[in-house]
Design a protein around this ligand. Structure first.
Ligand SMILES: [Mg+2]
Length: 389
């Protein structure tokens, strides 16, 4: 089997004005994704998706990555990843066994584009094998515990919002440190207190600071939130401040989670060397696709750290995250967005199987999902930023 073409299609999912709300990230006006199609001479096509700015990602795929991928056999998925990563130096890199990444391909939007192509390669490879991706990767389970990810409600309204997630059957729920009513230490404690009331003692509660705090403030928040028995404190500080993250971790008994903004195993290696985290959160559509997330799982496993993949984006990103979760022994939980996400939940003909607080893997070949007939028309790309301040 040979890959004959790699195509990239920019997509957007506008948020209707009545659903838009302001958070510490700004006002989200749309979600973007780049659909990646890997076509083969056997008539099988694989699908993936990348994060990043869609027209830029599409240009990277067309001009940089497609020439490395076309002509390859999808069963050689590891080699295809290495070709994309090492670029013109792939030959010495593989002959000598020393990675020699092309400078722009290590991180950023190029790594996001590589991630999308890698997911599509795994989809077509598993389709050719006639098995689901997670079984091609090496299955460890066929369902994984899920957590409801949301929690933006202001003040005491967090009680009803988080309580409603628990009522859906989730045994773990996550809220934002900064609510729609803005940030203060006092308000943060009030909202977490309300959330704990809403879910009771037996549901796990996590908080996410979106990498928005400076180290001393993160330390104060962690101290103030210790009575609420949190399962983790996510992204307390900038992903460029692994030392600060480690400082927060040393001062609190709350486990620290981070990783959604990291690229490749090297981003995770730095966090591990700093002793910065207890839970690793790679994003399959950013960190390097299924090939690299598997390496990250192995690397973090060697530190006895658990994996909780970040899974916030299109249906393709979520589908790939499901398969990653089923194939990583140290994955204990998977994120399920409670936000406004039609491009996640209404992209495919097949619904996601989420019940009783678990995400179940599809038993169909490949990623296991097919695009709805109107998907490309409905999610046509719209220029402009995803967030407005
Ligand atoms: Mg997060």
């Amino acid at each position: 089997m040979k890959i004959t073409a790699v195509r990239a299609i920019p997509m957007s999912d506008p948020v209707p004005p009545e659903r838009q709300h302001r958070t510490d990230l700004g006002t989200k006006v749309k979600s973007d994704a780049t659909l990646i199609l890997v076509e083969t001479d056997q008539g099988l096509t694989g699908m993936g998706a990348a994060l990043g700015t869609p027209p830029v990602v599409a240009a990277i795929v067309e001009h940089e990555l497609a020439p490395d991928v076309v002509g390859e056999d999808p069963l050689f998925s590891e080699r295809i990843f290495e070709k994309m990563y090492n670029g013109s130096r792939v030959k010495p890199a593989l002959e000598r066994g020393v990675p020699q990444a092309e400078v722009s391909r290590r991180v950023g939007m190029v790594m996001e584009a590589i991630s999308g192509v890698d997911i599509a390669v795994w989809d077509v490879k598993a389709r050719a094998l006639g098995i689901p991706v997670y079984q091609a990767l090496g299955a460890v389970r066929s369902r994984v515990r899920a957590y409801a990810s949301g929690g933006w409600a202001p003040g005491d309204e967090a009680e009803a919002e988080l309580g409603a997630y628990a009522a859906k059957g989730f045994t773990a729920v996550k809220m934002r440190v900064v609510g729609r009513d803005g940030f203060s230490l006092e308000n943060c404690v009030r909202r977490v207190d309300a959330a704990r009331r809403g879910i009771g003692r037996n549901v796990e509660l996590m908080v996410d600071a979106h990498a928005s705090l400076e180290t001393p403030v993160a330390i104060r928040i962690a101290k103030a939130l210790e009575p609420y028995d949190l399962a983790w404190f996510e992204e307390p500080v900038s992903p460029d401040n692994h030392a600060g993250m480690a400082e927060v971790r040393r001062t609190t008994r709350i486990p620290i989670a981070s990783g959604e903004r990291e690229f490749s195993r090297y981003g995770f290696k730095s966090m591990l060397e700093h002793g910065a985290i207890d839970i690793a959160q790679p994003d399959v559509a950013r960190a390097g696709g299924l090939t690299e997330i598997r390496r990250i799982a192995a690397l973090t496993g060697a530190y006895d750290l658990r994996l909780a993949p970040h899974a916030w984006g299109s249906g393709l990103l979520f589908a790939a995250s499901i398969h990653a979760a089923m194939a990583a022994a140290n994955c204990h939980i998977l994120e399920v967005s409670q936000g406004y996400m039609p491009m996640m939940n209404e992209l495919f003909n097949e619904p996601f199987d989420i019940r009783d607080g678990y995400v179940c893997a599809p038993d169909r070949p490949g990623l296991g999902y097919t695009l709805r007939p109107d998907a490309l028309e409905r999610f046509r790309y719209v220029e402009g930023p995803e967030y407005e301040f």
